[in-house]
Design a protein around this ligand. Structure first.
Ligand code: CU
Length: 67
């Protein structure tokens, strides 16, 4: 499965890296490709990783998922 998230609050590559690590720390997420330029994250995951979990992880890292 692949989910594209819109991320708010990223201002540099470190932010993008934080978001990537936060998303990849979720069980069920295989990889996360974060684009600072597009303010988005392409997340490859299985059915155990929910959108709610992704939102929570991004929020805990200090950023926001825009729905
Ligand atoms: Cu930053």
């Amino acid at each position: 499965m692949k989910t594209t998230l819109k991320i708010d609050g990223m201002s540099c590559e470190h932010c993008a890296q934080h978001v990537k690590e936060a998303l990849e720390g979720i069980g069920g997420v295989k990889s996360a490709k974060v684009s600072l330029k597009k303010n988005s994250a392409d997340v490859k995951h299985d059915e155990t990783a929910s959108l709610t979990m992704m939102e929570k992880a991004v929020k805990e890292a200090g950023y926001k998922v825009i729905i």
